[in-house]
Design a protein around this ligand. Structure first.
Ligand code: SF4
Length: 341
């Protein structure tokens, strides 16, 4: 029988696994404490779990541990981790620092089906979804590296999180749960290119997480050419779904907007962007485009970003230019490709 990874079980399933072995339920709490609070993957270390239970348990289950195949540090302090998965595939996560926060950018898929024109993650096609264990391992590894300095968690790495809904939400619940990693839901952001059914399901999930929408264009024709899934989920429907999310969670939505020189940075674009943000009470993050090989878009300079910001600000005050970090190690927005060195 194929053994299962304990990190792929919900905390309820972990308890059931312990009960099914004829052991008291509190052993599940002891296990989750070793796995998620102390980040331990070696059963030998779990000193308060009787040897007999460990033997029985690990006949049926195992505990994966992150295998780091590469670690790069940018001149601006951004760190990129390359994880080798059990089947030889690779994913990346990025640790981004600023004065008052350290943010972990997490991947949810190997590759991506969506194929946004400006993004490296979709260029090699879609390989597979990450399991919840593989998502959680990125978090546990970063916590071990950054310790208590880690403040925010964003699902903006490789893949479209809402295309891997089940494993994403299982990981989210464990991340947030008191008996799991215990990260405040408000510190967690799920970013989507606009998968409406996923946004609707996320609205009903009992976690006060944040939603970020990768908008990048304000008219369907342009957006569909940049983000093909826009043909299925056009802007108007997307705004409606985001509005429902905002009302269900009482959280401010963020609109991510990559500035693509000569493509989506006209005065009309700025006006439409502001209007969408105002209708949603959303904040706007403008992002300087960092080059991706083969994408064919030029890099956006900081000056160009500031000019566009000024245009947007005339119509909407809640706008900032997000500093592009880690581009010298291909760790900036849209540059993650999961390549081994
Ligand atoms: S931007 Fe996101 S959704 Fe689009 S291809 Fe890249 S990873 Fe996929």
């Amino acid at each position: 029988m194929k053994r299962l990874d304990l990190k792929d079980l919900t905390l309820e399933e972990l308890k059931k696994a312990v009960l099914d072995l004829g052991e008291p339920g509190y052993r599940a709490l002891q296990l989750s404490s070793w796995i998620y609070k102390r980040g331990i993957s070696d059963p030998e270390t779990m000193s308060n779990i009787p040897l007999k239970l460990r033997e029985k348990l690990f006949n049926h289950y195992y505990l994966s541990c992150p295998e780091i195949s590469g670690h790069q540090k940018s001149i601006d302090g951004t760190e990129k981790f390359l994880f080798k998965l059990f089947d030889g595939k690779f994913i990346e996560s990025v640790l981004i620092g600023s004065e008052d926060r350290r943010t972990l950018c997490l991947s949810t898929q190997v590759g991506c089906k969506i194929g946004c024109r400006f993004c490296a993650s979709g260029k090699g096609g879609f390989k597979r979804n990450l399991s919840s264990a593989e998502i959680l391992n990125q978090v546990l590894h970063a916590k071990e590296t950054a310790g208590s300095g880690l403040t925010n968690y964003v699902f903006m790495g490789m893949g479209e999180p809402l295309e891997n809904y089940e494993n994403l939400t299982k990981a989210l619940v464990i991340m947030n749960h008191d008996d799991g990693i215990k990260i405040g839901a408000r510190r967690i952001t799920v970013s989507t290119c606009g998968i409406i059914p996923g946004i609707e399901r996320l609205s009903t999930l009992g976690l006060q997480i944040n939603l970020s929408l990768s908008l990048h264009a304000t008219e369907d024709r342009l957006r569909s050419s940049l983000i093909p899934v826009n043909r299925k989920y056009p802007i108007k429907d997307l705004i409606e779904a985001c509005d429902k999310f905002r009302k269900s969670k009482n959280r401010v939505i963020t609109l991510e907007y990559l500035i693509l020189k000569g493509i989506n940075d006209t005065r009309s674009d700025s006006k439409r962007l502001a209007s969408i943000a105002n209708s949603l009470g959303a904040k706007i993050n403008l992002i300087q485009y960092s080059p991706v090989r083969g994408a064919g878009f030029p890099e956006t300079t900081h000056e160009e970003a500031l000019i566009f910001e000024k245009c947007v600000r005339r119509f909407c005050a809640n706008v900032t230019v997000r500093e592009s970090k880690g581009k010298d190690i291909a760790a900036a927005c849209g540059q993650l490709a999961g390549r081994s060195a």
